[in-house]
Each structure stands twice: as C-alpha cells, then as structure tokens.
Design a protein around this ligand. Structure first.
Ligand SMILES: [Ca+2]
Ligand SMILES: [Ca+2]
Length: 130
C-alpha cells in the first residue's frame, strides 16, 4: 500500500519535497516494526515475518509527512493514519473435536446379553421374510 501527501508549495524547491516516516504501529505484535515506508514514494511494505491474521487482523500505522525533504528542524509536518488489514491465508487445517459419547442405555441388566438378543431377533425376522 502507499500513502501520498500533497504539498502546495513549489515542488522544485525543498518547500514542496515531502518525505515519509512511520511514527507508530499498533499493536506492537509480533514486533514493533513490522513495516517500513519508502521515505520518498510512501510505499509501505512488510519487513519482518510473522503476519498472522488469526493473531492480528489489522494494524494502525501513523505516517508522518514532512516537507523540506524530511528535515524535522525546518520542515512542516502532518500525520495520517493508515489501517492495514491482513488478508487470510490458509495456514490452519480443520480441527476435529471428538466428544465422548456415553454408551446407550440398555434395557438389559447385563451389557453382555444385549448382542445375543439382537442376533436372535434378526434371525427371527429373516425367517418371517421367507
Ligand atoms: Ca511545503
Ligand atoms: Ca489463516
């Protein structure tokens, strides 16, 4: 992304020659200086790894533009706020959650008798079909 400042003064003199700098970044995560700005073009680029939309989805950057070629002693300055939204990348696989399912309540007092009973019933219905 790029920020642009306009200066009404004569652009062939230092009065109209603007330079950019980043004053602050919020939040300071994972490090305080995730971005840098090209002082002449205003292009903002990432200079450190660690952008993660799941951790920080948006940064607020305050950019200062100073004329007199960025000379803070003689130049006039102004600031602007840039919002940088982090786009999602597919870096997380789906997560499965397995809930422990309690065994179905049985009408039979002994859990071992249940399979036998079921087997007998299916045999009976088989004969009915014939
Ligand atoms: Ca100026
Ligand atoms: Ca992601």
């Amino acid at each position: 992304m790029q920020v642009t400042a306009t200066d009404s003064d004569d652009s062939t003199t230092a009065n109209g020659m603007v330079r950019y700098r980043i004053l602050s970044q919020t939040p300071h995560s994972p490090i305080p200086n995730m971005f840098t700005i090209n002082s002449e073009t205003g292009d903002i680029v990432t200079v450190a790894a660690g952008l993660d939309r799941e951790k920080v989805s948006q940064y607020t950057i305050i950019v200062q533009a100073t004329d007199m070629e960025g000379n803070l002693n003689f130049g006039l300055s102004n600031t602007a706020t840039a919002l940088i939204s982090i786009t999602d990348i597919n870096d997380n696989p789906p997560e499965l959650t397995v809930r422990t399912v309690s065994p179905p309540t049985s009408a039979f007092p002994s859990s071992e008798s249940a399979p036998n009973r079921l087997f007998n019933r299916s045999s009976l219905s088989f004969h009915h079909l014939k």
